[in-house]
Design a protein around this ligand. Structure first.
Ligand code: ADP
Length: 454
C-alpha cells in the first residue's frame, strides 16, 4: 500500500495517520464543512471536503463521497477508525466492489457482530456462556413479561443494533418492563434504524472485561490480554485499565481463551474486541466490537504492540508472526499497568453538558510513561457542538497499578485548558477514589458514588 484514506476525524484520524506515516504510507484525510479548521485536516498529507451540504455527522457517513475521494486521490485502502462507518457492512461492501481494501474484518464478521442477537448466537455456538436472555428478538410486551417472570427482575431491554452505551433500558418490575418496551422499540428505531430489541437478565454489579484480539488472513489469531472498562457513566466508558487488577490468573486465562475460541470459531480477521460481564468467577459474553476501540491505547502500552499498524499490515496480507513480529501467544509481553482517561469538553458541574468555544490556553502533561492522543487539543482550536466531545485521551503506564494511579493524577493536574470546560476535575475524583485505587470498581461505581460529582 502506498496511500490510505482515513474515513474519520479527531484523535482517531490522527492516530491512524501516525501509524500510516511510520509504515511509509501516505495519508488522505477527509473533513466535513464544520471541521474545516479541525486539526486532523492538517495532519493528513492531503485532505478533502466530504459530504458537502450534508449535516455534520452525515458528512462522515457519505459512503459514495468517501469512495470517490479514495478513487480520485489514488488511495488503495480505507481505514474507518471507530464510530461512523467502521461497522457498516454496506460501506465495506462498496469498498470491496470498487477494489478498495477495507481495513477491518470480513463482511461476514460485520454481519454477525453488527447485530447483538446474532453475536450472542455465535458465542453460544462457539461454546461460550452468554447472559441469559431471549433467544431472538422480542416483538410483544408479553414476551418481555414472560422473560421477566421466568428469570426475575431486573431485566435489561436492548436494541439489537445498539452501540455507544445507548439503546438500553433497565426494568426493575413488570410495570417498568411494559412501559419500557414501547419506548425501547421506538428509540431503537430512531437511533439505529431498526426496532429489533431483545431482553437479558440485568447483572447487578459486574465488571466489564474485554479482550483485544488480532487475527491475520493466514489463520493466525492472538489475544493481547484484557482491559477493565468498568468505570462507566450511563453505560459509557470513562476510565479504562489494562490489565484487570484483582483478577486471578486462572479467571484471566479462561476469559482470554473464551474470546480466542469465539474468534477462531468465526475465523476472525483484523482487530476486534470481545466483551464480557464478570460477576465473581462467572463471566458472560455480551458483544464483539469488530473494529479498533477508543481504549486500544492501554493495551499497546502494556504489550508494546501497535494495534493500528497491525490492522494496516494485516489488511496488506502480512503474517502476524513472521511479518508483523508479534510473538507467539505465550510470549506476548504484559508489562505493568496502564490507565486511560477520556478527557472531554463536558462540564461535570452541569450534568456533563458539552461545552464549546475557542481553546485559548492548552498546556499538556509530559514525561516518562505518559501518552496523549488528541483531536482538537491544541491552543487556538475551536470546539464545535457538532461532534462528540472527546478532546484528548490521557494514558499512563507504570510497573504497578498503584504507581499508574499516581502518574495519572499527576498528568491530570498538569493540564491547563482554558476557554472550554473539561471533565478533568471529575476524572481526578475518580482516580483518587479508594474504590478505584483498590481495583474493585464495578460498572455501577460512578452512578453510586455521589462524591465524585462534587
Ligand atoms: P454498547 O454496545 O452500547 O457499548 P454493551 O452491550 O457493550 O453496549 O453494554 C455496555 C454496558 O452496559 C456494559 O459494559 C454494562 O455496563 C451495561 N450492560 C449491558 N448489558 C448488561 C446486562 N445484561 N446486565 C448489566 N449491565 C449490562
Amino acid at each position: 500500500m502506498k496511500k490510505v484514506l482515513v474515513a474519520n476525524r479527531g484523535e482517531i484520524a490522527i492516530r491512524i495517520f501516525r501509524a500510516l506515516s511510520e509504515l511509509d504510507i501516505s495519508t488522505v484525510g477527509v473533513y466535513a464543512q464544520e471541521d474545516a479548521g479541525a486539526v486532523h485536516r492538517f495532519k493528513a498529507d492531503e485532505a478533502y471536503l466530504v459530504g458537502e451540504g450534508k449535516k455534520p455527522i452525515d458528512a462522515y457517513l457519505d459512503i459514495e463521497g468517501l469512495i470517490k475521494i479514495a478513487k480520485d486521490s489514488g488511495a488503495e485502502a480505507i481505514h474507518p477508525g471507530y464510530g461512523f462507518l467502521s461497522e457498516n457492512i454496506e460501506f465495506a461492501r462498496r469498498c470491496q466492489e470498487e477494489g478498495i481494501i477495507f481495513i477491518g474484518p470480513k463482511l461476514e464478521h460485520l454481519d454477525i457482530f453488527g447485530d447483538k442477537i446474532k453475536a450472542k448466537k455465535a458465542a453460544v455456538s462457539a461454546g461460550i456462556q452468554a447472559i441469559p436472555g431471549t433467544d431472538g428478538p422480542v416483538s410483544s410486551v408479553e414476551e418481555v413479561l414472560e422473560f421477566g417472570s421466568q428469570y426475575g427482575y431486573p431485566i435489561i431491554i436492548k436494541a439489537a443494533l445498539g452501540g455507544g452505551g445507548r439503546g438500553m433500558r433497565v426494568a426493575h418490575s413488570a410495570s417498568e418492563a411494559s412501559e419500557g418496551f414501547n419506548r425501547a422499540r421506538s428509540e431503537a428505531l430512531s437511533s439505529f434504524g431498526s426496532d429489533e430489541i431483545y431482553v437479558e437478565k440485568y447483572i447487578g454489579n459486574p465488571k466489564h472485561i474485554e479482550v483485544q484480539i488480532l487475527g491475520d488472513l493466514h489463520g493466525n489469531i492472538v489475544h493481547l490480554y484484557e482491559r477493565d472498562c468498568s468505570v462507566q457513566r450511563r453505560h459509557q466508558k470513562v476510565v479504562e485499565v489494562a490489565p484487570c487488577i484483582n483478577m486471578s490468573d486462572d479467571l484471566r486465562h479462561k476469559i482470554c481463551d473464551a474470546a480466542l475460541q469465539l474468534m477462531n470459531h468465526v475465523g476472525y480477521v483484523n482487530a476486534g474486541t470481545v466483551e464480557f460481564l464478570v460477576e465473581g468467577n462467572d463471566f458472560y459474553f455480551i458483544e464483539v466490537n469488530p473494529r479498533v476501540q477508543v481504549e486500544h491505547t492501554i493495551t499497546e502500552l502494556i504489550t508494546g504492540i501497535d494495534i493500528v499498524q497491525a490492522q494496516i499490515q494485516i489488511a496488506q496480507g502480512l503474517d502476524l508472526h513472521t511479518d508483523i513480529h508479534i510473538p507467539a501467544q505465550e510470549n506476548i509481553p504484559l508489562i505493568g499497568a496502564a490507565i486511560q482517561c477520556r478527557i472531554t469538553t463536558e462540564d461535570p458541574l452541569n450534568n456533563f453538558f458539552p461545552d464549546t468555544g475557542k481553546i485559548n490556553t492548552y498546556r499538556s502533561p509530559g514525561g516518562f510513561g505518559i501518552r496523549l492522543d488528541a483531536g482538537n487539543g491544541f491552543q487556538g482550536t475551536v470546539v464545535t457542538p457538532f461532534f462528540d466531545s472527546l478532546l484528548v485521551k490521557a494514558c499512563v503506564h507504570s510497573l504497578s497499578f498503584q504507581q499508574a494511579t499516581k502518574k495519572m493524577d499527576r498528568a491530570l493536574t498538569e493540564f491547563r485548558i482554558r476557554g472550554v470546560k473539561t471533565n478533568i476535575p471529575f476524572l481526578r475524583n475518580v482516580i483518587q477514589h479508594p474504590v478505584f485505587i483498590s481495583g474493585d470498581a464495578k460498572t455501577t461505581f460512578i452512578d453510586s458514588t455521589p462524591e465524585l460529582f462534587e
